[in-house]
Ligand binder design. Structure first.
Ligand code: AMP
Length: 401
């Protein structure tokens, strides 16, 4: 049986058709610039061996609905239409309501809509993707898999902020955490690589992509994480600041005349690696520029690793005992220099780098990068699509998982 997995962004739609049991992917693709003239969609059809084909279609200002129509047409061409049994959707914010995946009903869709104020950029796009898929595949069960759900096991000491209680009780101001699909997937993979049951492991996982977060995973459950009420808190990211002084907003509004909305937008889109380097938010380009001697790029990479090490050390507090650390996401899976700079700041956790293994763990080659007899440090390739497919299938046929 195949599962269609959809990850809808504000102007993009990423999708994959895969087997939840094995992770085998038959069809995948990405629609970009949805809603604009230049909208286009890339389709990758897997073939035997090195075979397969890639096609790019213009979508002419296309919407989610048009992108879905193309997915549907391709499934029919491949004779897979009737073999797709469910659609799994990544939904960014499920608030305190969802601690597990949920079959989408009008009531569940309403609850996802209620979370829009908590994720104004993400949840509306997720809803648009869900509605387009419900129209294109009306007979299939649709399942929402939440990025926040994994963190619903956070203890109160980890999720409460020291703010007036009414903010929490009336407005839901608390830490929710994000990237849960990835943190839980890589924790499971790490246990497999270590040959130990997940239930007995305390792991620090670092998801480092355009957005970045760390998580404390105790026995497969999240007990600490760096992202909070929104995905802006915590580590330095591509264009997001991560932690700043909460007094910054008031100060800047007074001295610069910027509005709260402008300040928040700048903290989300004009900060992070982009601001520190004055160059780009892309870590690969930063590493190249740093190697050429670009001062801003060097500073950006250095601060990124410093704040990441701080974040990982703080997860040790949540865990008490640490059995291993895991790097994942585009940066975690590929940047040997970020991993080296980060581990160099964490010798007190028992971490020490195996330089050759670290240099080899790039371009999808996960593996162990820690020195022998030291705390295990692993590079694990995340696969959020597979995790969503597994969660979707698990909800619909619990005994099959
Ligand atoms: P993601 O959001 O997981 O796709 O990750 C995107 C980030 O990974 C960007 O900052 C990329 O520059 C970074 N990245 C991807 N490949 C490499 C690489 N080979 N070396 C360093 N960073 C990389």
């Amino acid at each position: 049986m195949w599962t269609l997995v959809l990850n809808s962004g504000s102007s993009s739609l990423k999708f994959a058709v895969l087997d939840p049991a094995s992770g085998e992917t038959r069809l995948s693709g990405l629609a970009e610039r949805l809603g604009a003239e230049a909208a286009s969609m890339r389709l990758d059809v897997a073939g035997p061996g090195e075979g397969g084909r890639r096609q790019t279609h213009a979508l002419n200002g296309g919407s989610y609905a048009e992108a879905m129509r193309l997915v549907l047409a391709e499934l029919e061409t491949l004779g897979l239409r009737s073999e797709v049994r469910a659609v799994g959707h990544r939904v960014v914010h499920g608030g305190s309501r969802f601690s597990a995946p949920a079959t989408i009903t009008p009531e569940v869709l309403g609850a996802i809509r209620d979370c829009v104020p908590l994720a104004p950029l993400h949840n509306p796009a997720n809803i648009a993707g869900i509605e387009a898929a419900m129209n294109a595949f009306p007979e299939l069960p649709q399942v929402a898999v939440f990025d926040t759900a994994f963190h619903q096991t956070l203890p109160e000491v980890a999720y409460r902020y020291a703010v007036p209680e009414a903010w929490f009780t009336q407005h839901g101001v608390r830490r929710y955490g994000f990237h849960g699909i990835s943190h839980s997937f890589v924790a499971g993979e790490a246990a497999r690589m270590l040959g130990r049951p997940l239930s007995g492991l305390n792991l620090i996982t670092a998801h480092l992509g355009n957005g970045c977060s760390v998580c404390a995973v105790a026995g497969g459950r999240s007990v600490g994480t760096s992202m909070g009420l929104t995905p802006l808190e915590g580590l330095v990211m591509g264009t997001r600041s991560g932690d700043v002084d909460p007094g910054l907003h008031d100060y800047l509004a007074r001295v610069s005349g910027l509005t709260l909305t402008q300040i928040t937008a700048a903290l989300n889109r004009e900060s992070g690696l982009l601001a520190l380097s004055g160059l780009t938010n892309d870590m690969r380009e930063l590493e190249e520029a740093a190697a050429r001697g670009h001062v801003g790029a060097r500073l950006a990479v250095e601060i990124f690793a410093y704040r990441l090490a701080q974040g990982m050390a703080s997860m040790a507090v949540a865990l008490g005992r640490v059995d291993g650390v895991v790097f994942t996401g585009g940066i975690g899976e590929n940047s040997a220099s970020v991993r080296a700079a980060t581990l160099a700041r964490l010798p007190f956790l028992g971490l020490e780098l195996d330089v050759a293994a670290n240099a080899a763990a790039v371009h999808g080659q996960g593996g162990s990068i820690g020195a022998p007899d030291r705390l295990p440090a692993l590079v694990v390739n995340t696969n959020e699509e597979w995790m969503i497919a597994r969660e979707t299938a698990g909800l619909l046929t619990p005994t099959a998982q």
